[in-house]
Design a protein around this ligand. Structure first.
Ligand code: FES
Length: 110
């Protein structure tokens, strides 16, 4: 069971023993972490935006073009940004830290 951490914009850290095979968004929902996920993982909202360290970013499979297109529209995007709904947890991702931006943009409302 990979142990991951969510770090909110105010620096609060919450460690979670996550179930492999679930997305970061699903884990956040199940544990009451403030990740909206308005489109429920269909890559249409960018409200599941998470930001990674350089080292953690390199541990993930590359994002595809659809994810990159949606990230281009996210608030506060960085070179290490990903969509939490597109990251599937595996045992190999033990120790990952997901930083949450202080704001998100919901493109479903556009
Ligand atoms: S939940 Fe909407 S893009 Fe991830």
């Amino acid at each position: 069971m990979p142990r991951i951490a969510f770090i909110s914009a105010d620096g609060a850290r919450r460690e979670i023993d996550a179930e492999a095979g679930r997305s970061v968004l699903e884990i956040a929902w199940e544990h009451g972490i403030g990740v909206e996920g308005a489109c429920e993982g269909s890559m249409a909202c960018s409200t599941c935006h998470v930001i990674l360290s350089d080292a953690d970013y390199d541990r993930l499979p590359p994002s595809d073009e659809d994810e990159e297109d949606m990230l281009d529209l996210a608030w506060g995007v960085t070179p290490n940004s990903r969509l939490g709904c597109q990251i599937l947890l595996t045992e190999a991702l033990d120790g990952m830290e997901f930083n949450l931006p202080s704001e998100t943009v919901n493109h479903l409302d556009d």
